[in-house]
Design a protein around this ligand. Structure first.
Ligand SMILES: *Cc1c(COP(=O)(O)O)cnc(C)c1O
Length: 708
């Protein structure tokens, strides 16, 4: 097989997204084109001058690397002896179907808006690495999520760009005759057809439904064009296609899932379709099969924020779900009761999370703290149980190490942890060896990553036509202590907490001996005016003295921006209003790369922080009064910066190495990397949810508070 044919083959499996040696081959072949093609190898290979490629691979000695990468992927795909094969054999013929409204696998496949999607992507990648049979189910959004620009007033502008599907690693599902496969879902007034796409994610597949197909009314063709676009009617119909259409698609493809995992409430209608299929197969009533559906369903809730739980009016539910409701033999009231905390309370709107909670037996929040918060939020569903017996447990989120670890750090880990460390990420003892890394070497590696980040920020700022070019204030300072803050601009995340007292912040940033700078990135949801105001506030302040040249905003946050920031900043800042951060995963990406967390004790940090693996803002108490809480947290943030973070960072030996700082970096990696890895997370889901759901006997199935 020619080198180019091998590259084409490699480009069609998203396996490449977490194998830096492969990304390196594409980049080295033509760095400028690789960037212009948006890090998308399919587009890259289409635009590459094929005539010269074979010669070029030889001249650059890429031929050997391509050959090795190719064989390595074949070996990965054919590997019979995986953790999953040894521990989750029951899933081999009846895999997990993992439903999610978003999947963040790579910046070149824009099917995500933030942490929820990236987590789903990391879930797929890790399940593949472990050999856990799992198929992802989602929607194909041709226009994805919006691209962000800021206008002269610092106000967010949104552009939706249609991606060219032939440039994406997707294939259409076809039947035995080679005809395109479709599924159909019915609403009261229409039949909606959806085509099926496949993406290959290592050993597993992702199925994406797309309503932009012939035969659909214009309105329905556009139904799945944008992630979280449109009003409630669009939203509930998208969710019908995802949940019900998704189950149809599995059926049509001959996949009979043994477990259905609902990543958030958007896909909860899948449980109703599961019930319908069971009723049809077994000739029984909804009441009879309901328990059986629940016994194979896992439901994960991801947020305590009200806007994260879709609620719909009764008429809209009936308009959308009427035909399925009739097939289930349910009255309108019976169906609506499934989506209400108090089934007969007509004032309560139909909630997708409630459907998910009622129709599943394995229910969880995504950190210990969030487990408690979720039990308290939904205790109304179990009015006879004390709160600590509400049957909702927790499995803490983790990140896919290979996707987030800097390419340049991997060889260091190879040397100190042993070549097979990727197969032992979940083993706490593996990480003890981090302690042996020489401080000066570790610091040097960190400085290299930091320099890469500064260069990247300069490039982005030039492209934005803002500070960084000659006429404007200077770009970032390579020597200054650099804080990073990048995530969705949801108001509870308080992106402006650091700006609470501008004069005090000015003194911190503009200290000539110990300078500090901040790099921001993040999108506000198009409907979220508050979020856009937060961005504007930061951008406007950043133009004033002395903030200019010390605060920066990178537009159009995506996984690429995220990767640069979590790998190259010194401190990762997270300032949510307690207790709204369910978990938070960007800080987990940061710690892998030696970037220290400075965070409110909420979500994962409330269980991770031990006094020497990063820095904590405030305590764990909460205030009924938000203004009070903001003021206290801001005060604590400034104090921790002034008293702990800045002095430790600038305390150097004669060679410029900050030993106290490096000790924290190493301890953070050693104590946290295994725990907050997606590998550990998938093992937990497998042992505590997936295996019991397919009927295997396990020691500690997930149930609720008391067993934790
Ligand atoms: C990891 C990630 C997030 C998650 O951010 P948190 O606020 O820490 O949960 C959001 N957006 C992108 C692009 C990410 O990669």
């Amino acid at each position: 097989m020619s080198a180019i044919a091998r590259l084409r083959n490699l480009a069609r499996n998203l396996y490449w997204t977490w194998h830096p040696e492969l990304i390196g081959i594409f980049r080295d072949l033509d760095p400028v084109l690789w960037r212009e093609a948006g890090h998308n190898p399919i587009e890259f290979l289409r635009r590459l001058d094929v005539a010269g490629v074979e010669d070029k691979t030889v001249a650059l000695a890429l031929d050997a690397r391509i050959s090795q990468a190719f064989h390595q992927m074949q070996e990965y795909l054919g590997q019979p002896d995986t953790w999953g094969a040894r521990n989750a054999g029951a899933l081999r013929t009846r895999p997990v179907a993992y439903f999610s409204a978003e999947f963040g696998l790579h910046e070149s496949l824009p099917l995500y808006s933030g942490g929820l999607g990236v987590l789903a992507g990391d879930h797929l990648k890790s399940a593949s690495d472990l050999g856990v049979p799992l198929v992802g189910v989602g929607l194909f959004y041709a226009e994805g999520y919006f691209r962000q620009r800021l206008d002269d007033e610092g106000w967010q502008q949104e552009d939706f760009l249609a991606s060219q599907v032939e440039h994406l690693p997707l294939d259409r599902a076809r039947d035995a005759n080679g005809d395109l496969m479709h599924v159909r879902v019915r609403t009261r007034d229409a039949e909606i057809r959806a085509g099926i796409w496949f993406a290959q994610v290592g050993r597993n597949r992702l199925i994406l439904l797309d309503t932009d197909v012939q035969g659909n009314a214009e309105e329905n063709r556009r139904l799945t064009s944008q992630l979280y676009g449109g009003g409630p009617r669009t939203r509930i119909r998208q969710e019908l296609v995802l949940g019900v259409g998704g189950m149809h698609a599995l059926n049509a493809l001959g996949i009979r899932p043994g477990v259905v995992h609902l990543n958030e409430g958007h896909s909860a209608f899948a449980t109703l379709e599961m019930a319908r299929q069971l009723m049809q197969r077994e000739g029984r009533t909804f009441r009879d099969v309901r328990q059986k559906v629940a016994a194979m369903t896992v439901f994960t809730s991801h947020t305590p924020v009200a806007a994260g739980h879709d609620r719909f009016d009764s008429e809209l539910v009936e308009e959308t779900l009427g035909p399925l409701r009739e097939q289930l033999g349910l009255t309108i009231d019976e169906l609506l009761a499934l989506g209400r905390t108090r089934g007969d309370d007509r004032s309560e709107r139909f909630c997708m999370t409630v459907v998910g909670l009622r129709m599943s037996q394995y229910r969880n929040g995504v950190s210990a703290r969030h487990g408690q918060v979720t039990r308290s939020m939904w205790r109304g569903l179990w009015p006879n149980l004390p709160q600590d017996m509400v049957p909702i447990g927790h499995i803490t989120n983790g990140v896919h190490t290979a996707s987030w670890l800097a390419v340049t750090l991997a060889p260091l880990y190879d040397r100190y942890l042993g070549a097979d460390w990727r197969e032992r990420i979940d083993d706490p003892r593996l990480w003890d060896a981090v302690e042996r890394i020489d401080d000066a070497e570790f610091w040097e590696q960190h400085q290299i990553l930091h320099a890469h980040l500064i260069e990247y920020v300069r490039r982005r700022l030039r492209r934005q036509g803002q500070p960084g070019d000659e006429a404007s204030p200077p770009g970032p300072d390579p020597k200054a202590l650099t804080l990073g803050f990048a995530r969705r601009f949801a108001p509870y995340k308080r992106a402006d907490l650091l700006l609470y007292d501008p004069p005090r912040l000015a003194r911190i940033l503009a200290n000539a001996e110990r300078p500090v700078q901040v790099i921001y990135a993040g999108k506000a949801h198009p409907e979220n005016h508050e979020g856009k105001k937060l961005i504007q506030r930061i951008v406007q302040l950043m133009r004033e003295e002395p903030f200019a040249g010390r605060m920066f905003f990178i537009e159009d946050h995506d996984m690429n921006v995220s990767r640069h920031l979590v790998q190259g900043t010194d401190v990762w800042l997270n300032t949510p209003r307690r207790p709204y951060e369910a978990c938070g995963t960007s800080g987990q990406k940061a710690l892998l790369n030696g970037c220290l967390n400075l965070s409110i004790l909420d979500g994962w940090w409330a269980q991770a922080y031990d006094g020497r693996n990063g820095f904590a803002i405030g305590s764990t108490d909460e205030h009924a009064d938000e203004e009070q809480q903001d003021s206290r947290d801001a005060g604590s943030l400034y104090e921790v910066l002034e008293r702990e973070v800045i002095p430790l960072f600038y305390d150097r030996d004669a060679r410029g190495v900050p030993h106290g700082w490096v000790a924290r970096q190493k301890w953070a990696i050693r104590s946290l990397a295994w725990q907050f890895s997606a590998r550990r997370m998938i093992m937990d889901y497998t042992r505590r949810c997936y295996l019991p759901a397919v009927g295997a006997d396990v020691a500690s199935p997930l149930s609720g508070a008391l067993t934790e």
